[in-house]
Design a binder for this molecule. Structure first.
Ligand SMILES: NC(=O)c1ccc[n+]([C@@H]2O[C@H](COP(=O)([O-])OP(=O)(O)OC[C@H]3O[C@@H](n4cnc5c(N)ncnc54)[C@H](O)[C@@H]3O)[C@@H](O)[C@H]2O)c1
Length: 302
């Protein structure tokens, strides 16, 4: 297969269904050899007797592409390390890592228990960090051996991580962490030839098809805006050598729309070169807030 990823080796986590599956198929269609990771868990992360990664590998091969399945848990050192090893042992290289795997345990904060907090923060945040770390160690070794790669990492945040979402305190915190991790990784890894960006997607998958049933339903005719396949082209481009020079950026992507997220930047500010009393600090804060724009609303806030 020919395309903008011809000759590249791409690992996609959580690629057995939903967005990850669409990314894996899209990378293969652009000529990449793909490591399709999926642990095959339920929507809440509980074990399920399923091997969705193997099905996606079959789909890619049926279309004439090359792929191999990996069934490890990417939030463990062994799962993350063996994902990278699978790429190197099967195809001899790794060019792109797409961190995508995850699950939800939604609850209002007052009802959210410690286990639900830990499980969601673990799968998204540690599940991004560990594959990133093991891929980066490989690319650093390559760069030090004089083979500076055109390596790419695409991380998966969420609107919940950028603006917050009611009922998703654990998920929003983890996905905000993914953005900060992306910025740090882009800064640290540039010297090794690695670019790191993040997307905040929206699409119809098992994660969204019930909660947002009305807005996710396919139309009777015309453009199916919420199909996960609409998100993948940007991910493929970010994961290709074509995206040279783009790093440390966050893109919202859904349907036919791509938006560059213009992240935290300093707004109105006042420095008087001396300590304030609490009352003076309050007066200054209120004055500055009067000059600042209104924040975008938290998803689901009434
Ligand atoms: N669907 C949306 O609208 C939307 C919006 C914002 C962000 N996201 C993010 O996009 C990513 C993909 O979500 P999706 O909607 O396709 O959901 P999905 O449930 O269809 O797919 C996620 C996949 O990850 C796998 N997985 C879970 N834990 C794993 C682990 N520890 N190791 C390996 N695989 C694991 C699951 O088995 C599943 O196949 C997630 O990070 C999600 O938070 C999705």
């Amino acid at each position: 297969m020919t395309g903008i990823c011809e000759g590249r080796v791409v690992a996609v986590t959580g690629a057995g269904r939903g967005l990850g599956r669409a990314h894996a198929l899209a990378f293969a269609a652009e000529g990449a050899r793909v490591v399709v990771n999926d642990l095959g868990v339920g929507l809440d992360g509980t074990p399920a007797a399923d091997s969705p990664a193997a099905h996606v590998v079959e789909e890619i091969r049926a279309r004439g592409g090359e792929a191999v399945a990996h069934g490890g848990d990417i939030a463990t050192t062994e799962g993350a390390a063996s994902l990278i090893r699978t790429a190197l042992e099967t195809y001899g290289s790794l060019d792109t890592l797409v961190n995508n795997a995850g699950f939800l345990r939604d609850r209002m904060l007052v009802n959210l228990d410690e286990e639900e907090w830990d499980a969601v923060v673990r799968v998204h945040l540690k599940g991004h960090f560990l594959p990133l770390k093991h891929a980066a160690a490989h690319w650093r070794a390559e760069a030090k051996a004089g083979r500076v790669p055109a390596a790419r990492i695409v991380n998966t945040s969420s609107g919940a991580g950028l603006l917050g979402a009611v009922g998703q305190g654990n998920y929003s915190a983890a996905k905000a962490g993914v953005v900060a991790l992306t910025l740090v990784a882009a800064a640290e890894l540039a010297r090794y030839g690695v670019q790191v960006n993040a997307i905040a997607p929206a699409a119809r998958t098992r994660m969204t098809e019930q909660t947002f049933a009305a807005s996710m339903a396919p139309p009777q005719a015309g453009f199916d805006a919420m199909a996960p396949e609409n998100v993948s082209p940007l991910v493929v481009w970010l994961g290709s050598a074509e995206s040279a020079g783009v790093t440390g950026r966050v893109f919202e992507t859904e349907g036919g729309r791509i938006t560059v997220m213009d992240g935290w930047r300093r707004g109105p500010s006042a420095d008087r070169g001396a300590r304030r009393t609490p009352q003076e600090a309050g007066e200054t804060a209120r004055k500055l807030l009067g000059e600042a724009g209104e924040p975008l609303p938290v998803y689901g806030a009434s």
